[in-house]
Design a protein around this ligand. Structure first.
Ligand SMILES: [Zn+2]
Length: 249
């Protein structure tokens, strides 16, 4: 077998391998999407719980502050009753009044914090539902992936052995080029030369449609152990049946 024939055989096996893996790959992609969505819901969930704890801590500080104000106010009321001069009475009364204002502020802040906590609790409950739903979808996707992987396991193993055999006659530098091109072009590492006009000896690359000079075509057909890449799309060229026949006649 010539090098090009060996490569074409490998090309065919690679195509079968890729189409076999495609269903598993798409299932894998779907699992990945579900995992990312679930993760973002969980991140939001964690963030909300942190904020809830912060607001609860602030509420408890405010409660301590309110109790301090109440205690001080109580003492001042006693002082107020015992005040012996008008000046003393007014001084104490002023402080009582300013404490009243302070107490109102603390109450308002407490209300804001408690409302905030309620809102967080509601959002967390919504998120919990979404997380449960998303987890179900993810579990289903994982099961589908496992069953698809299982389905192709045997055929995949067989094809991989076949691939090993096909690569045996190919020099390592050619193999590397072939694999690189396959990685870049989703498996399409080779392109056929098609006959465009027999009389005018016009040929083109089947993949990128670039016109191929006749000397390229005769090199590909005449020296099948050489690698010729298309100038347009870089793929390894091989002659299609039609192109070959046209040359012979
Ligand atoms: Zn091309």
């Amino acid at each position: 077998m010539t090098l090009i024939e060996n490569l074409l055989a490998l090309f065919q096996v690679d195509r079968r391998l890729r189409s076999l893996r495609a269903r598993v790959d798409s299932a894998e992609t779907y699992v990945g999407i579900q995992q990312r969505q679930l993760q973002s819901l969980q991140d939001r969930h964690d963030e909300l719980l942190t904020r809830k704890r912060q607001r609860q801590a602030h509420t408890s500080n405010l409660e301590t502050e309110a109790a301090g104000i109440d205690e001080r106010t109580e003492k001042l009321r006693v002082e107020l009753n015992a005040a012996s001069t008008t000046r003393q009475y007014h001084a104490v009364l002023n402080e009582v009044n300013s404490l009243k204002d302070k107490r109102r502020e603390v109450d308002e802040q407490t209300l804001v914090e408690m409302t905030g906590v309620e809102e967080i609790v509601a959002e967390v409950a919504e998120l919990d539902e979404k997380i449960t739903e998303r987890t179900k979808v993810l579990d289903g996707a994982k099961a589908e992936l496992a069953s698809r992987s299982d389905e192709i396991k045997e055929s995949l193993a067989e094809l991989e052995i076949e691939r090993e055999q096909k690569t045996s006659g190919i020099p390592s530098d050619v193999q590397s080029l072939f694999d690189e091109l396959a990685a870049d072009f989703e498996g399409e590492s080779m392109a056929s030369i098609e006959l465009i006009d027999k009389r005018r000896r016009e040929y083109a690359c089947d993949t990128c449609n670039v016109h191929l000079p006749f000397d390229i075509v005769s090199r590909v057909t005449g020296r099948p152990d050489e690698i010729v890449q298309c100038k347009g799309c870089l793929r390894i060229l091989y002659a299609s049946e039609g192109a070959r026949e046209a040359l012979v006649k």
